[in-house]
Write a protein that binds this ligand. Structure first.
Ligand code: FNR
Length: 355
């Protein structure tokens, strides 16, 4: 049976294990310019040294108006690429593969981070206070945020261009993987979900129509960057009547693989308030549903112990991702390997005397 400590490949990329770090926004760009900071260098450095096989850095905006907050990282200009490069190089020196999650926040853009330069303000940043008019699939307001404007067909095509340009910049920065963020209520999820997509152009309609922008992005990145592993993150259920279902997600996952993606991560929710049965491994069944389509899938969500992670990978899910466990202990992958009694070489030489 497969174990979390076993290596795997994503396209041509070798990963030393199946314990991946989930993308987590740090909202730590106080200059509001999308350029990663000392915080990112130290934070991602610690995670890379902790033994993970694949570290995917936070939701990183493909365009300024795609930022969730002004404190988000970006990957739309050269200064950002230059600042990502040493983070990527350090991860490689630690034996970790590193990817970047590409995002456009759509109707969830232009919000306050709630700390740092933004102070403790919450909700949407008014336009006259440095915020901007958000765009979405339709003009459906979500989560009490400012009313978005329905993006035109041409605007959505320009957003696809920006995703592809961002993938090129990711490669220029040295990233091994790009992850297309189509989960958690951001723009690509706003398009996928019938709750927020009421369009009548080619980006709306049935499931295939609603998946068009996501699949266009994947297909174009694949065509232009044939070697680059692509992960797609989905919210595999909206946890509410009339939203995305696990079967919809499995279909979209299969289409994404057909369009050139290498793996799909099964997360959930984020578009509407819903009653989510949060508990250990509460999203694993979603990953198993997608894996049943023959898709290389990662499971995420309160995967907190080595034993639990082993059982998930043994069930046919390719990898697990950890979020908060890694925030508490950046060396969780090393700790889990030791708990399983595995003889691994992921401990940095500088730390060997600790073990
Ligand atoms: C997140 N999450 C998240 N997801 C994502 O796709 N992009 C992101 O940038 C973020 N940002 C983020 C920040 C912080 C501080 C947390 C805690 C979470 C969700 C994250 O990737 C993961 O799916 C969840 O945290 C569930 O996994 P854990 O934490 O239960 O292992």
């Amino acid at each position: 049976m497969t174990s979390i400590v076993e290596p795997m490949r994503l396209r041509g990329l070798a990963l030393r294990n199946r314990i991946w770090i989930a993308p987590m926004c740090q909202y730590s760009v106080d200059a509001y310019d999308g350029v990663p900071t000392d915080w990112h260098r130290v934070h991602y450095g610690a995670l890379a040294a902790g033994g993970t096989g694949l570290l995917v850095v936070e939701a990183t905006a493909i365009a300024p108006d795609g930022r969730i907050t002004r404190q988000d990282t970006g990957i739309w200009n050269d200064a950002q690429v230059d600042a990502w490069r040493p983070i990527v190089d350090f991860a490689h020196a630690q034996g970790a593969a590193i990817g970047v999650q590409l995002n456009h926040a759509g109707a969830k853009a232009s919000t306050y981070a709630g700390f740092g330069r933004d102070g403790d303000a919450r909700g949407s940043v008014p336009v006259d206070a440095g915020g901007w008019q958000t765009v979405s699939a339709s003009d459906e307001q979500i989560l009490g945020l400012a009313q978005p404007r329905a993006a035109s067909t041409a605007e959505l095509e320009a957003i696809a261009d920006a995703f592809v340009a961002a993938a090129h910049r990711a490669v220029a920065a040295g990233f091994d993987v790009v992850e297309v963020h189509a989960a958690h209520g951001y723009l690509l999820h706003q398009l996928l979900s019938p709750i927020t997509n009421r369009r009548d152009d080619r980006f709306g309609g049935d499931l295939a129509g609603r998946a068009t922008l996501l699949l266009d992005v994947v297909r174009r990145i694949r065509a232009e960057l044939p070697e680059l592993p692509i992960v797609v993150r989905l919210s595999a259920t909206d946890w509410t009547e009339g939203g995305v279902t696990p079967d919809d997600a499995a279909q979209v996952a299969a289409w994404a693989i057909g369009a050139g993606a290498d793996a799909v991560d099964a997360s959930s929710g984020g578009l509407v308030l819903a009653d989510i049965p949060v508990g250990p491994g509460y999203q694993v069944h979603l990953a198993e549903r997608i894996a049943a389509e023959g898709v290389v899938t990662s499971a995420v969500g309160l995967v907190e112990t080595a034993e639990q992670a082993e059982a998930i990978v043994a069930s046919g899910v390719a990898a697990v991702r950890i979020g908060r466990a890694a925030l508490r202990d950046a060396s969780t992958p090393i700790r889990w390997a030791r708990e399983l009694g595995a003889d691994v070489d992921w401990v940095p030489a500088q730390r060997l005397r600790a073990y």
